[in-house]
Design a protein around this ligand. Structure first.
Ligand code: PMP
Length: 447
């Protein structure tokens, strides 16, 4: 049998260098069930990252597996040239859930492609290639979506088909904004947006924003920020694209979509989704009101977007989510987990902040002087793995642990995971104690 070490060597020989892996000894996951996964050596892990939030409900959910195998046994054909029942079924459900009036849905195979489609629509509708994005954002890895990604670690080229204007409103630990109250922060971000707009010719196409930045480190924008932005955007006719790739489907507990935390902000003009809806199958998409969706005047197809197998998975997954009120579960169990982790943080100076909503929780790690410690995050990630817990990592400085388990997480599992994380954080506290800060230059996790 090939060992994980030799598989790693083969990975390095054939894959791009920038397709980086977690862990000193990278993991090969071979199977999963519920909230657990197993590696090739037979070790079992409680999964608090769900493959970057793709496992929305549970690993190997029987309802999803059956829907996929039933559909695959019938027909695997895919293209948008023929009527596709599962695609229409899922589009109807998502259109209705989106809150966007007269909504149309276009399916893609990833979040990147969903954002690309949204950008194509918004720029075509507005006849402008100027786009507003938030600092510290992540929206994908294609040519256009890299152009609106504000975190340079994830934006490998400065060339772009778009003119992007970055505004504040992403990570709140940003320099002069760090110590502001919520109301002051919103006012400062609106002033920044207004000032940025005053330097344009007035025909900016859209603002794209993650309601809670994902790769950016599970940030905590104040409720109402996007509503305040919306007022400014509306005055200029600028479209609002909400990127719900990480925040959608009830993950934040209180709301089904992240934008709903901003009350009177919505509904948005365009909404993009991906990740969790397929529970591991590749589904992405964009929802827009008909006038925006139909602004393109050439025919188009998507060969793989809306493939019946992925749509069958999405439908079964969404049905399970709604029938079992996993949004409510995210709120309840996530609330307990946040409380538990905050109690740990109060004892450990290495934890600057535990923040989050529902089952989207960020744990920000710092040195004694308050500067970001990506090294502490790496140590905690490794130590958690040794204890049988998988978590993620992110943030502008790579110093935030990301906790985003499948939404069916039980209270007992939340407590077990919190115990492991507490041990890992204590270990990180001890291990960075002796380190010189200047050595702490590591990068920031996977998107
Ligand atoms: N938008 C957001 C907010 C994301 O977090 C990601 C991926 N992490 C993407 C878009 C891109 O999605 P994908 O990796 O499916 O292309």
């Amino acid at each position: 049998m090939t060992t994980p070490a030799s598989l790693h060597a083969r990975h390095q020989a054939v894959m791009p260098d920038w397709l980086s892996l977690y862990y000193e000894r990278p993991l090969e996951l071979t199977h999963g069930e519920g909230r657990h996964v197993w590696d090739a050596e037979g070790n079992r892990y409680l999964d608090f990252f769900g493959g970057i939030l793709t496992t929305m409900t549970a690993h190997a959910l029987p309802e999803v597996t059956k829907a996929v195998s039933d559909q695959a046994a019938r027909i695997l054909h895919t293209s948008t040239l023929y009527l596709n029942r599962p695609m229409i079924d899922l589009a109807e459900r998502i259109a209705q859930l989106s809150g966007i009036p007269d909504a149309r849905v276009f399916f893609t195979t990833s979040g990147t492609e969903a954002n690309d489609a949204a950008l194509l629509l918004a720029t075509s509708y507005r006849r402008s290639n100027q786009v507003l994005a938030l600092r510290n954002s992540y929206h994908g890895r294609s040519f256009a979506s890299i152009g609106i990604t504000g975190n340079s670690r994830w934006s490998p080229t400065s060339l772009s088909p778009l003119q992007t204007l970055y505004v504040h409103g992403g990570v709140r630990t940003d320099g002069p904004y760090a110590h502001l109250t919520d109301a002051q922060y919103i006012a400062a971000c609106v002033a920044d947006l207004t000032d940025m707009l005053s330097q344009t010719h007035g025909n900016v196409a859209a603002l794209i924003a993650e309601p809670v930045q994902g790769v950016g480190g599970f940030t905590n924008p104040p409720d109402g920020l996007l509503a305040a932005f919306r007022e400014v955007l509306e005055a200029h006719g600028i479209l609002w694209i909400t990127d719900e790739v990480q925040t959608g489907w009830g993950r934040t507990g209180e709301h089904f979509w992240g934008w709903q935390a901003h009350g009177r902000a919505g509904p948005p003009d365009l909404l993009t989704f991906a990740k969790g809806i397929g529970n591991g199958m590749s589904i992405g998409g964009v929802v827009a009101r008909a006038s925006v969706m139909n602004c393109l005047d050439a025919n188009s197809i998507s060969t793989f977007g809306g493939s019946p197998v992925t749509m069958a998975a999405g439908l079964a997954n969404l049905t399970y989510l709604l029938e079992h009120d996993l949004q409510g579960n995210a709120r309840r169990v996530g609330g307990l987990l946040i409380e538990r982790l905050r109690a740990v943080a109060a004892q450990l100076p290495v934890v600057r902040e535990v923040r989050g909503r529902g089952l989207m929780i960020g744990v920000e790690l710092v040195h004694a002087d308050g500067s970001p410690s990506p090294r502490a995050a790496t140590i905690a990630l490794e130590r958690a793995r040794e204890r049988g817990l998988l978590v993620g990592k992110g943030g502008r400085d790579g110093n935030v642990l990301r906790v985003a388990p499948p939404l069916s997480l039980t209270i007992a599992e939340a407590e077990e995971g919190a115990d492991h994380l507490e041990d890992a954080l204590r270990q990180a506290q001890t291990e960075i104690g002796g380190l010189d800060d200047s050595r702490d230059m590591e990068g920031g996790g996977q998107p």
